[in-house]
Write a protein that binds this ligand. Structure first.
Ligand code: GDD
Ligand code: MG
Length: 356
């Protein structure tokens, strides 16, 4: 079985996390995010993957190479200028080997899910569908593709990012395409699979099926979701064959040092060669490689990127700290703050209260 992974997006909503690293390569529970997706795909029988890259394409190849570390065969097809989701799928088709009628799996490169890929493939085969979409249900569908079905599970419309969604059933970002349908997408131009290809197929009366699965699902498009996804993998709320250690309160990678009086919990992940000093508290956070957290700092629900330094007694809650940033002592940032790549904040530069 072959798969295409769409990984060319800019990850704008995650900046500064994505200033140096494309979203699918950001560490989640100790490994680049796509490692979890690829390991799940492999478990479902995928053997050959074409990565549709664009933004910072080189970062993928540097880590994944030909895919040996995940037991997969991986090829890369790179867009000089992003071609959109449909254009990227069409472009990646040059790397496929499947016959015209065979199914090809396609994954958005930023979705963490526990759905049954095998069941989705079976539904596709049973109905002789052109495309079978994995659908899930969310409380607020406005940020997603809305997908109403008829009584037989056939898709009746595809409505991308509607202000007033007609259903809470949404496109969960994993498709099965008949190979020949991919090859009918126009070549070499920007195409949105959501706004053009799916509505076009439906207008032509093509058989498009919805596979509804309400297992764990998360789009890692925001810093909050990113931290939550990492936490859920570390604690085992979602199983992943790529988790580099046992599930539990924390995941500490090789070379990291955590002082015996520091507390690391809540599904936190601590990267290689990171250092957490005496009395520090790290709760439900992602601490990337080489980060230094000084004594009695308190980090909750935050992402601290590679090589950043967090000063003594500094407090972060729901914050993002970019690569190489340095935050001094006794800083207290407002929840949701984003400290940019390589920024320097002096001791006591920002406070929320006057009683420090
Ligand atoms: N190669 C390539 N080229 N990949 C791209 C491009 C491109 O031009 N544009 C986007 N992608 C990749 C992104 O990297 C991401 O993995 C995936 O395509 C989806 O793009 P997002 O930018 O994350 O879209 P979204 O989250 O707003 O919406 C999509 O996902 C939702 C589910 O998470 C849509 O498919 C919605 O319909 C869906 O509900
Ligand atoms: Mg997304």
């Amino acid at each position: 079985m072959e798969a295409i992974l769409l990984v060319g997006g800019m990850g704008t909503r995650l900046r500064p996390l994505t200033v140096n690293t494309p979203k699918p390569m950001l560490p989640v529970a100790g490994v680049p995010f796509i490692a979890h997706q690829l390991a799940q795909a492999r478990a479902a029988g995928v053997t050959h993957v074409v990565l549709a890259t664009s933004y910072r394409a080189e970062v993928f190849e540097a880590w994944l190479g030909h895919g040996d570390r995940l037991g997969l065969e991986v090829d890369y097809v790179t867009e000089e200028e992003p071609l959109g989701t449909g254009g990227a799928i069409r472009n990646a088709s040059s790397g496929l080997r499947a016959d015209a009628d065979e199914p090809v799996l396609i994954f958005n490169g930023d979705v963490l899910s526990g759905h049954d890929i095998g069941a989705q493939l079976r539904l596709h085969a049973e109905h002789g569908a052109d495309v079978t979409l994995y659908l899930t249900e969310v409380a607020d569908a406005r940020a997603f593709g809305c997908v109403p079905l008829d009584d037989h599970g056939r898709v009746t419309a595809f409505l991308e990012k509607m202000p007033e969604p007609v259903t809470n059933r949404i496109n969960a970002g994993c498709y099965v395409f008949r190979r020949s349908v991919i090859d009918r997408i126009p070549e070499g131009k920007v195409v949105s699979v959501e706004r053009e290809t799916f509505p076009g197929l439906l207008a032509d009366g093509a058989p498009v099926m919805g596979y509804v699965d309400t297992a764990y699902w998360l789009d890692l498009g925001t810093p909050e979701a990113f931290v939550q996804g990492s936490r859920d993998l570390v604690t085992g709320a979602l199983a992943s064959p790529a988790l580099p250690g046992p599930t539990g309160e924390r995941l500490i990678l090789d070379g990291a040092s955590v002082h015996e009086t520091a507390r690391v919990f809540g599904g936190s992940a601590v990267g290689r060669d990171a250092m957490i000093e005496a009395g520090a508290v790290v709760d439900g956070s992602v601490i990337q490689d080489g980060v230094q957290i000084r004594d009695s700092a308190r980090i909750v629900g935050s992402v601290v990127c590679a090589g950043a330094v967090i000063g003594p007694r500094t407090r972060l809650d729901g914050c993002v700290v970019g690569d190489g940033a340095q935050i001094g002592a006794d800083v207290e940032l407002a929840p949701g703050s984003r400290v940019w790549t390589n920024a320097v904040l002096a001791d006591r530069a920002v406070r929320l209260t006057s009683d420090l």
